[in-house]
Design a protein around this ligand. Sequence first.
Ligand code: FAD
Ligand code: SF4
Length: 676
Amino acid sequence: MAAVFDRLVPDDGWPAVSAAGLERYLAGLATDPVTRAEHERILVIVDGLAQRAGGRLDGAPPEVVDGLIRDLDPVERDVLVQAAARAYYGDGRGAGARMIGYRPEPGRGPGAPVVEPVLRASRLADVAGHWDVLVLGAGAGGGVAACVLAESGARVLVVDRGADLRALEVGRDHLRNHRASIHGNNTGPSAPGNPRVSAEGGAEPIVVEEPHDPRWHNDAMVVGGGTRVYQGMAWRFLPDDLRMASAYGVPDGSSLADWPIGYDDLAEHWDWVEWQVGVCGDAAGHRAAGHRARGYPMPPLPPNAEARALTRGAAALGLAAGAVPLLLNSVPHAGRARCVRCGECVGFSCPVDAKNGSHNTVLPRALATGNAELVPGCRAAEVTTDEHGTVTGAVLVDEATGATRTVRAGHVVVACGAIETARLLLSSRSHRHPGGLGNGTDQVGRHLQGHAFVSAFGTFDEVVGEPDGPGVSIATLDLAHGNADADGAALVGGGVVANEMVKLPIVHWSWALPPDAPRWGAAAKAAMRDTYRTTGHLFAQVQEVPRPDNRITLDDRVRDRLGLPVARLAGAAHPETVRTTRYLAARAEQWLAASGATRTWIDRIPTGLLAGQHQAGTCRMGTDPATSVTDPDGRVHGHDNLWIADASVHVTNGSVGPALTIMALAHRLATTLARP
Ligand SMILES: Cc1cc2nc3c(=O)[nH]c(=O)nc-3n(C[C@H](O)[C@H](O)[C@H](O)COP(=O)(O)OP(=O)(O)OC[C@H]3O[C@@H](n4cnc5c(N)ncnc54)[C@H](O)[C@@H]3O)c2cc1C
Ligand code: SF4
């Protein structure tokens, strides 16, 4: 093994891979059921090389081994090259990371001892009686809803199928996390036993067993949901994001529509989230943003080197660019520490508890009232109804034991994320609701959407990459609306363009090296050293044009470990989304060039199903039950006591990230529900 792998990542003053993690990496592959087959494959390929070398590789001259590697079938060579890179750069504390100047640990002390709150958890077996409100899912939307309702005096039971993990229990493995899901994730759900079915782009349906597979579409199943591991970019939607059909018409084959509410209806609720969950930012930075009554509770983090370079380019192009609002503490706030600028932010949980999510803000508040109980590791299998079809509560299942309990409640608030909420409603079938709850007009599960992410990269003569996290530091909203292509033809919407987060070394290797960079040998190591700190990276987050046939349905033939039918995902990006994405990629490239990049290039343009970690839209809100699932408050049409408090209700998903809006809508819903 060493004879081959040390040609892929040789000693060049910095150690070769066999002295820097190869054995540990291969042992990890061999023992993890998810990667065992990959380990076997590597063994077979290396064995084949040894045979071609006459039985032995150790002792063979380096140029002979190099020749054998060069002569390999390209797919087989790629398996070895990827494995070598993962072994060398996949350990954030290893030689490869040190070589390029990456630093995972905090840049400075938090200033005060960090004590992460432990949430008081109940067991399903101990949850008795009748609740005022049952909240299903404790992520972005569910956490806020539970807080507002408990503080209003309601007795609230909130359950989540994920565990309540402490920050350091959410893994820090660079190959198994929600940013680089190369071999797995760092939260639930586990594999196997939690499959989904993918029928993307009209392809034959296939069962996707691994939740870290991109075709499964990223969901963090843990108390806090996506907020446990997100980057926390905390944008308000722009006014036109809520009136897309009026602004652009309805493209053929799309279900582009206006929201039934406008910017002003949400303003006070965004404000509540910004101040109560905690956002740092600069209210003056973005001329395209909607009107605000006041600024943010915390100042932005200082601009980094990349932001300083991009500020020059933005000025040259006439783009207004400013700080990215973030759900994290730039200064000590609400009794918790400030961000210490570590290198493991997006995809991980915060080592000093400075990233603000449901788990450390609204859920502790809900529990502190004494009115709320939280049951982690508890799955809602069905929303129950009586013989008249009225919602009565839910069937809950203990994830560990499989024990089942039916809990009754006056109101049920579903907040399981856009894919699982649709799945739960579709699974809640009865003779009154044969197609599932809220699905009388076949709307549940439709309009599944996310964002089209596309990247542009640029090589600079100066250092633009600093090790200080979180890294995302500058953005423009000027390309969110009113765009036209090179021929002057109008485009539908657009999106925010921002610089990238601090890159894990393995992410730089697999994503941000120049397209013609060598991938193995000493030259590849030199390329990593030369480019890690000098590559600028912008990403555009493009608003998706929704399609009615991008949808979740139930696949009754495929069951999960509890015997429940799984979600089946179908669809692809609308051509208008692809067109706008191409345009924004070119604009991002232009911004890099104007900022001093000497060479620029763009990433692949996504064309498949875009739901992913920004999944939304599967139970859209509206005034007409024929085309929507909930009313403008989030109450399911035809049900007085069934509500949806997550990204499912988004009619369109904005030209920015959805998290702040999900929480704002949950706040709006909960204040409506709590009103006497
Ligand atoms: C790595 C990453 C980075 C991100 N960065 C950003 C960002 O910078 N800005 C931004 O705006 N957004 C970001 N997001 C997206 C954001 O986190 C999500 O949009 C948001 O969390 C979705 O909120 P939600 O309430 O719809 O669902 P979630 O937050 O996913 O919560 C759903 C919860 O329901 C639970 N659940 C599911 N099914 C059941 C069931 N049957 N019974 C009980 N519980 C159930 C899940 O375990 C989960 O905890 C990011 C997401 C990820 C993963
Ligand atoms: S907020 Fe992000 S960058 Fe700051 S210390 Fe926490 S995880 Fe690290």
